[in-house]
Ligand binder design. Structure first.
Ligand code: ZN
Length: 76
């Protein structure tokens, strides 16, 4: 696993070496997710792409009336 988004408040679960790449707030409920990258995979452009992907995933979960998981694995 190279990249993961973790719900704010649940980040104690993260792997200590992972770097915090930024936060994304869900438009639907205001919950915040922090994007983390593995040390060897730190890439700001990838993190921005993943944030846009995550935005869509979170919106879809609202459409389907599903709860957000505490951690979401991000595509490379
Ligand atoms: Zn939401």
């Amino acid at each position: 696993m190279k990249a993961v988004a973790i719900k704010k408040g649940q980040t104690r679960e993260r792997r200590p070496a992972f770097k915090e790449m930024g936060a994304l707030r869900c438009d639907g409920c205001g919950e915040e997710f922090i994007v983390f990258h593995a040390p060897a995979s730190v890439d700001r452009a990838v993190a921005e792409r993943q944030a846009r992907w995550l935005e869509k995933v979170l919106a879809e979960e609202h459409e389907r009336e599903r709860k957000h998981p505490d951690r979401i694995q991000l595509p490379d």
